[in-house]
Design a protein around this ligand. Structure first.
Ligand SMILES: [Zn+2]
Length: 443
């Protein structure tokens, strides 16, 4: 058997989220072509071999909701009094230049790679072609989109654009980049939030995305003022409002989806829409009704909400999420297994793949699927020995334990050295861009 890459004698996380030891993984033409027991493996001639001893190979983590545009806002918005939007976000975003977005995207990709993230969904922003370039160079997989706003009292006129311009901008991004970089870049359509988009824009965005056969996303049920806006203006809650506009379907991703009514949960289930929670960011606004959504079979991914709201570590998100779920939903009814580790691992991998609308290709380690995976160094005192590695992954593992990252069968990080990006240059230029931006935006 000929292969591009052979990972020898590793432990691996199966599609059932069980751990299996002494395995070989064979990769060719961007895909997993065989998974075999090391001592029964066929003879394989590989161009490159990774020693998997002491490593757990698992599907790459997928950040189902992030903002590469906000990477240079890291550390700026925690512990701030309201209104963060008008005092910080608006000046920050309206002062972003093309070169800021470029370095911001590179720094995001660098941080994601070092955190074991192999794919992400960007909620959208400006100069998204620069984000596409960073995805292309870094070797990551990304879903990109432009941000759309055409109304709203809290939005300065300079940040609003017409429906036509909103659509045209996103369509240009779609026409140029969808399916590019060996299929690693997908372009979707998005709404910034329901408050900032007129019903006409929402419908037009849906029609355009639908005609292109691609996804659509927005921030949903995140803030009380958004619920209030929908109730006041349309006498409906956010998901009910979207249903009335005819824009809910299986290609719709509602980021956050915190403040949900029973009927809204039923609507998500009915239309097979996807949800992405961002536990650390969400914790300041409410606790997601994840156990209820899981009972309805809704597919749920985990996202970081970008560097301004938390780091880009999904290991951190998983830990916080487990504690939040147990404290909020488990404790009152004494249910210690309200959110099992395996379910959380599933959300951060397969759930993310479903959110990306690519679960046939991504999200689990299986023959025939794309070779997107990470190798975790499990031979460390905070991880080994353990009775149950899946529990320890949630409780003790962190981003620094990710040794190697592979996307599309290509090694992007080896022994924690990122091979596709110049870490020193990116850190230097990011600092410079951040310093300049603070002065320009007066934040
Ligand atoms: Zn967000």
């Amino acid at each position: 058997m000929n292969a591009d890459l052979l990972i020898k004698n590793c432990s691996l996380l199966t599609p059932d989220f069980e751990v299996c030891h002494g395995q070989n993984i064979v990769i060719r033409d961007q895909k997993v072509i065989a998974i075999e027991k090391n001592n029964e493996a066929q003879i394989c001639v590989a161009k490159e071999i990774l020693d998997g001893k002491g490593k757990l190979v698992m599907p790459g983590l997928i950040d189902a909701h992030t903002h590469t545009n906000q990477q240079l806002l890291r550390g700026r918005i925690s512990d701030e009094y309201p209104m963060i939007w008008t005092r910080i976000m608006v000046p920050f975003e309206s002062n972003l230049r093309e070169e800021d977005v470029a370095i911001s995207a590179e720094l995001s990709c660098l941080e994601m790679l070092k955190a074991g993230v192999t794919g992400f969904i960007d909620a959208g922003g400006s100069y998204m072609h620069k984000v596409a370039e960073a995805v292309e160079t870094s070797g990551l997989r990304g879903v990109l989109t432009c941000s759309t706003m055409d109304t709203g009292a809290a939005i300065p006129e300079s940040m609003k654009t017409t429906i036509e311009h909103n659509i045209e901008r996103n369509k240009n991004l779609f026409d140029t980049y969808h399916g590019q970089a060996d299929g690693r870049i997908n372009v979707w359509y998005s709404l910034r939030s329901l408050i900032t988009c007129t019903p006409e824009l929402i419908q037009k965005v849906y029609e355009t995305a639908s005609a292109a056969g691609t996804g659509m996303q927005t921030h949903m049920n995140e803030y009380t003022n958004e619920i209030s806006y929908c109730l006041e203006n349309f006498q409906m809650r956010p998901y009910e409002y979207l249903e009335s506009l005819g824009v809910l379907d299986k290609n719709f991703l509602g980021a956050h989806s915190i403040l949900l009514s029973e009927n809204e949960m039923d609507l998500i289930q009915k239309y097979d829409s996807k949800v992405a929670h961002s536990p650390i960011s969400n914790a300041g606004k409410g606790v997601t009704k994840t156990p209820g959504l899981m009972q309805k079979g809704v597919s749920i991914g985990l996202g970081t909400d970008g560097s301004a709201h938390s780091g880009l570590s999904l290991f951190d998100q998983m830990k916080v999420f487990k504690s939040l779920m147990r404290a909020f939903w488990g404790v009152p009814i004494f249910d210690p297994v309200v959110m099992p580790s395996k379910s959380i691992l599933e959300m951060a991998t397969l759930g993310g793949a479903k959110a990306m609308l690519q679960d046939e290709q991504l999200g689990t380690l299986e023959v025939g699927k794309k070779a997107d995976m990470i190798l975790i160094n499990i031979d460390q005192p905070h991880i080994a020995p353990t009775h149950q590695l899946t529990n320890t992954l949630i409780e003790s593992a962190n981003s620094n334990d990710v040794a190697d990252v592979i996307v599309n069968g290509r090694i992007l990080m080896k022994n924690r050295e990122v091979l596709t990006l110049d870490e020193e240059r990116i850190k230097y230029e990011s600092k410079k861009a951040m310093d300049d931006l603070i002065i320009r935006a007066k934040i």
